[in-house]
Design a protein around this ligand. Structure first.
Ligand code: FAD
Ligand code: MLT
Ligand code: ZN
Length: 485
């Protein structure tokens, strides 16, 4: 533990140790280390102790102690966030990974009530064991937690059909920054009783309180899925393919994901079980997933007819429809292996852009040109959730460039150029990953004074001492100053 610590803090930390017991805290630097950095290991922070309460009650007492002693708290779930929201500046990391109970599954109401530390894939499995579907799905689902998903308003692969997690959260339980517990665990689909407070916590990235449990809406589980991959020569053709498939399969289409040749190359190179289903390499790939509830024949026919039409019109040049669950899993492995493959391949500058779907081809063409002008030789790797307008416009370092130099010389400049481009086309600089630490500057640049002012006031209403995840999303003082007239 650091020695530069006041006696008030020492007393408070000792009291916390008593509350959570030996399994609920650690201060050993080697144990702290994974909690001080993030998935890409670009950011590194500091904290005095990691605290892992086992219940809402313990969480509330820990938070109250921190509030009294003015110890900042950084909430953490699975620590898979992409923007440094879980990287602490000081104080304690409060990790939810001991709060993993499924409190209730009400099949007749199609709801599940889970604690914040439940791993996303465990929630999916609990739902499917009851013949239901929890539709949020993303590549980090084996390690991210429901609390983190809600705190970031996670999107993922199935937004096109089921929305972001905001659309499926019915109720929340939250420990507020002063330690009070708000029990909003309502299992209702209608409840118009004043301000809908849960919406404020969804996407608040741990700055307004600690989500300890949630009620989530489930949907009937489909009987099966049909997964296909098609290849194309350019963005305009991908857009046309999306139009054909979406038109024929609305309601059944749950994912329309895209990536480029470079994506196929690096995933099949670095991810052991990702196998290219095509004999040749192609410029673009679309991964399509549909579900059916009765017999598969109508969906299969619509998918085959759509693919046939696209082939006939030379919109696509090759296609496969998975004939087994294993084949489908392999197609998904290529897509889901992309983030990891990129990290193995080289340094990555990320852009989590959303844009009206109709404008994706123009954005991608103009964005590639800009990126190449700013970083000569950079390898442009756009991929992601085209069906909902969210493209991860990532850039890999030029092969001969020092990784450090790639970030220090180019990141700020290229971020600015691509975010300006997205915003000028009616898009967003942060579609699904949030703001965290990495995009604080962009908040000030792109959000209006009115928005910043309202956000600063909400923050100060919930957390007047700025103890809950300070320094994330925005600095309340700076936000207030930037809007002062
Ligand atoms: P953490 O990383 O631990 O925390 C994220 C933020 O939430 C932090 O600000 C933290 O302080 C706060 N927080 C965590 N738990 C709580 C809580 N209980 N109460 C209050 N605040 C809390 N994201 C997508 O949206 N779509 C994707 O498709 C997607 N794909 C990914 C693929 C990979 C391979 C990886 C590594 C990440 C991906 N992500 C994606 C990003 C990440 O998985 C999501 O943001 C996820 O929702 C974070 O969950 P977590 O439990 O890991 O949260
Ligand atoms: C994904 O969709 O795989 C992640 O959100 C993207 C990323 O790694 O940028
Ligand atoms: Zn994504």
């Amino acid at each position: 533990m650091n020695t530069d610590i006041s006696t008030d803090w020492v007393r408070a930390l000792d009291a916390i140790k008593e509350i959570v017991g030996p399994a609920g805290w650690f201060t050993d630097p080697a144990e702290l280390e994974p909690y001080l950095t993030e998935w890409r290991k670009i950011l590194h922070g500091n904290c005095k102790m990691v605290v892992r309460p086992a219940s809402t009650e313990e969480t509330a007492i820990v938070v109250e102690i921190c509030h009294q002693a003015r110890i900042p708290i950084t909430p953490q779930g699975g620590n898979t966030g992409m923007v440094g929201g879980g990287v602490p500046e000081d104080g304690i990391v409060l990790c939810t990974n001991r709060m993993t109970a499924v409190r209730e599954l009400d099949a007749d109401n199609s709801t599940i009530t889970v604690e914040a530390g439940c791993i996303l894939s465990d929630v999916q499995n609990a739902a499917s064991d009851s013949g239901l579907l929890f539709p949020l799905s993303l590549a980090a689902e084996g390690s991210c937690c429901i609390g983190g998903n809600i705190a970031t308003n996670a999107g993922g692969n199935n937004t096109i059909r089921y929305g972001n997690i905001r659309e499926i959260v019915l109720g929340l339980e939250v420990v507020l920054p002063d330690g009070r517990v708000w029990n909003g665990l309502r299992q209702l689909r209608k409840c118009n009783t004043g301000y809908d407070l849960k919406q404020l916590f969804i996407g608040s990235e741990g700055t307004l309180g600690i989500i300890t449990a949630a009620v989530l809406a489930l949907t009937p589980a489909p009987k099966g899925r049909l997964t296909a991959m098609a290849t194309a020569d350019n963005w305009d053709d991908l857009l046309k393919l999306f139009g054909i498939i979406n038109g024929r399969l609305t309601g059944s289409l749950i994912a329309f994901e895209v990536f480029t040749r470079l994506g196929m190359e690096i995933t099949t190179r670095h991810i052991a079980d990702a196998i290219n289903p095509f004999k040749q390499m192609h410029a673009f790939y679309a991964l399509i997933e549909t579900v059916y509830y009765g017999n598969d024949s109508a969906v299969r026919e619509a998918l085959e007819t759509g693919m046939g039409e696209a082939l006939e019109q030379e919109i696509i040049n090759d296609a496969v429809i998975a004939e087994s669950a294993r084949h489908a899993d392999n197609l998904w492995r290529i897509r889901e292996g992309l983030p990891e493959a990129q990290s193995v391949e080289s340094g990555v500058i990320k852009h989590d852009i959303s844009i009206p779907i109709s404008k994706i081809p123009n954005f991608a063409k103009a964005g590639s040109k800009l990126a190449m002008e700013i970083i000569p030789g950079c390898r442009v790797l756009p991929f992601g959730h085209m069906g909902d307008g969210n493209i991860h416009f990532n850039l890999l370092a030029p092969e001969n460039l020092d990784q450090e130099k790639f970030f220090t010389c180019y990141m700020g400049k290229v971020n600015r150029a691509l975010h300006d481009l997205a915003v000028s086309m009616g898009g967003s600089f942060s579609a699904e990953h949030g703001i965290g630490q990495i995009k604080r500057g962009e908040m000030i640049r792109y959000r209006s004074d009115v928005e910043m002012d309202l956000m600063a006031r909400i923050k100060s209403a919930f957390d007047p001492h700025n103890g809950m995840n300070p320094g994330k999303i925005f600095d309340p003082v700076q936000a207030a100053k930037s809007t002062a007239r």
